[in-house]
Structures are given as structure tokens and as C-alpha cells.
Design a protein around this ligand. Structure first.
Ligand SMILES: Nc1ncnc2c1ncn2[C@@H]1O[C@H](COP(=O)(O)OP(=O)(O)OP(=O)(O)O)[C@@H](O)[C@H]1O
Length: 278
């Protein structure tokens, strides 16, 4: 199945854009316009339905925000997408051909789904630059060993990402000395180094200052259209900033309760009742 997908060849969109900014490629067949299809996914934990016939599609280049009350199933959904949790029933496809339920976690990561967990996990005893370099070299598609010199193209890519994550000028700082927000940006940069086709961000602004949250919104708005991104977040101000006119999905009790623009879901009585009106 994976081999077939790879044979479909690259599907590079936005090749004029920045080198990290490829929306699709590396063999993901997105010919029907979607990068992710979840269909009727149910996850049972000891008789409890964490996901209940959840169906959701993400389009190529879309920035999708997922909101919903605690326990709605948001993390479980990301666990299904990344192979950490297997669906009890239902199907999950990456592009047209990759059946995520048949792939191991490392295969899914290698196929191009990158996930950032809530807590930053940077290499604290390495510099900002080294963290980005290590992320690039952890990418199995890149051949050189850890000790190989960086090509000018690779250096250019790191510089571009440093600017994007607002850490240019801080490249020689130890990552352990960065603020919480800067560590989160660095980790987003490390994800971008690997050019994932789909990026999953779990509560990226939790614990950030207001200024850091605003800069994170700017950062995500810069990534808009260049990557397919799914963001789970409780901070409604932040979601409003990044959702713009795009689709926001509200999860509740393991399924989609409502879906639409931020304005539409904010005025939906059911959403107010179970989440926003609390
Ligand atoms: N491994 C597990 N075993 C049993 N129940 C689980 C397990 N993982 C999650 N659950 C339950 O499944 C439900 C969905 O949890 P999940 O963490 O996906 O929700 P969430 O929407 O991410 O919540 P939050 O906003 O608090 O992070 C919760 O009721 C949770 O207690």
C-alpha cells in the first residue's frame, strides 16, 4: 500500500514558495484534494467510547482548528492519526492510498505526518541552530550523516525557518535557556525542518504569555496554505485569529457536534451549551 502510494510520485504545490513550504509531496496521493480522511472512527476504551463514529476530512493546505470540551476526544483523534491508538472500527486514510490503521507510528511519521505535543521537547543542551540541524538530520530522507557539513541549501533552509519562528539572532543560544514560548516555536521549527505534509499541533499556546500567543498566531498565519495543519486549542482568542474564514470543527463526546466558520460555531446554540457558554 505504501509502495503504491510512493509510486504515485510527488505532488508538489507552491514550488515557487519557500523551500520548506511544500503543501504536498513525498508520495502522498492528494489528487482528490484531501490530505486526511477519517471515516466513522470509533475508539473504545474498556467499554467507553472516546471516539464515536467520528468523520472528518482535511483539505490540502488547510489550517483546521479543532475545539471542544475536555474529554471530547481531541487527543484520542490525534492518537489515531499518528498510529498511537488503533481505531476499534472505522477508517483513517492519509491521502487516497495510505491506510493509517495498517501503519506503525514510525511509518506514519516517515510518511509525512508530524505531531507536536503540548509540552515542548527540544534538546535543551544544544543550541537553537543545532536543534534545527538535528531535526533535519533525523529525517530519513536526508542522507548525510550527523557529521556531514551542511550544504548551502540546508543552511538556507535553517535560516528561513529561524526567521519564521522568530529565533533569528538566537541561533547560538542554548535551547534550555529559551522561554516557554520560544521553545514551542523551536519545536514547530524542528517539525518544519522535516517537511511534514500534515502537521498536528496539540494546544500550541497553552502556558504562553499574551504576547507569545499573538506571535504564534502570526506564525501560523504565515504557514497558512503552505502546509496542511490541524490545531487543537482551547484559547478562543487564538483560534479566532488563526481560523479566519476557515472551518472550525467542534468535537463533543467523540463526534463532530458542529462545523463551520468561527462566527458560525460561536453562534451555534449546541456549541454554546456544551462548550463556549460555560
Ligand atoms: N487510554 C485511555 N483509557 C481509558 N480512557 C481514556 C484513555 N484515553 C482517553 N480516555 C478517555 O477518553 C475521553 C477522551 O479523551 P481525550 O483525551 O481524547 O479528550 P480531549 O478532547 O483531548 O480532552 P482535553 O481537552 O482535556 O485534552 C476522556 O473521557 C478520557 O478520559
Amino acid at each position: 500500500m505504501i509502495a503504491n502510494a510512493i509510486n504515485n510520485g510527488p505532488d508538489v504545490i507552491g514550488a515557487q514558495g519557500p523551500s520548506y513550504g511544500r503543501v504536498a509531496g513525498h508520495g502522498v496521493d492528494t489528487s482528490h484534494g484531501a490530505i486526511l480522511y477519517l471515516e466513522e472512527i470509533t475508539v473504545m476504551f474498556d467499554g467507553f467510547r472516546a471516539l464515536n463514529k467520528l468523520s472528518l476530512d482535511i483539505s490540502v493546505g488547510e489550517l483546521r482548528c479543532i475545539i471542544g470540551p475536555n474529554g471530547a476526544g481531541k487527543t484520542t483523534m490525534m492518537d489515531v492519526i499518528t498510529g498511537k491508538t488503533r481505531p476499534t472500527t472505522g477508517t483513517a486514510f492519509f491521502g487516497q492510498t495510505m491506510d493509517l490503521s495498517k501503519m506503525a507510528e514510525h511509518q506514519i511519521a516517515h510518511a509525512g505526518i508530524g505531531r507536536k505535543f503540548q509540552r515542548p521537547t527540544v534538546f535543551e543542551h544544544h543550541t537553537v541552530f543545532e536543534n534545527l540541524e538535528l531535526a533535519m538530520k533525523a529525517d530519513k530522507r536526508v542522507r548525510p550523516t550527523l557529521f556531514a557539513r551542511l550544504s548551502s541549501e540546508q543552511k538556507g533552509k535553517i535560516d528561513e525557518i529561524l526567521r519564521l519562528i522568530r529565533l533569528n539572532g538566537s541561533e547560538t543560544r542554548m535551547a534550555g535557556l529559551l522561554s516557554h514560548g520560544q521553545k514551542q516555536w523551536l519545536e514547530i521549527g524542528m517539525l518544519l525542518m522535516q517537511e511534514p505534509q500534515l502537521i498536528l499541533l496539540d494546544e500550541p499556546v497553552a502556558g504562553m504569555s499574551d504576547a507569545e500567543t499573538a506571535r504564534t498566531a502570526e506564525l501560523l498565519n504565515e504557514l497558512r496554505g503552505k502546509h496542511s495543519i490541524m490545531v487543537v486549542e482551547h484559547d478562543m482568542g487564538f483560534v479566532t485569529e488563526i481560523a479566519q474564514q476557515g472551518v472550525v470543527t467542534v468535537l463533543h463526546e467523540g463526534s463532530v457536534l458542529a462545523q463551520g466558520t468561527m462566527a458560525q460555531v460561536q453562534s451555534d446554540e449546541r456549541v454554546i451549551e456544551v462548550y463556549l457558554g460555560r
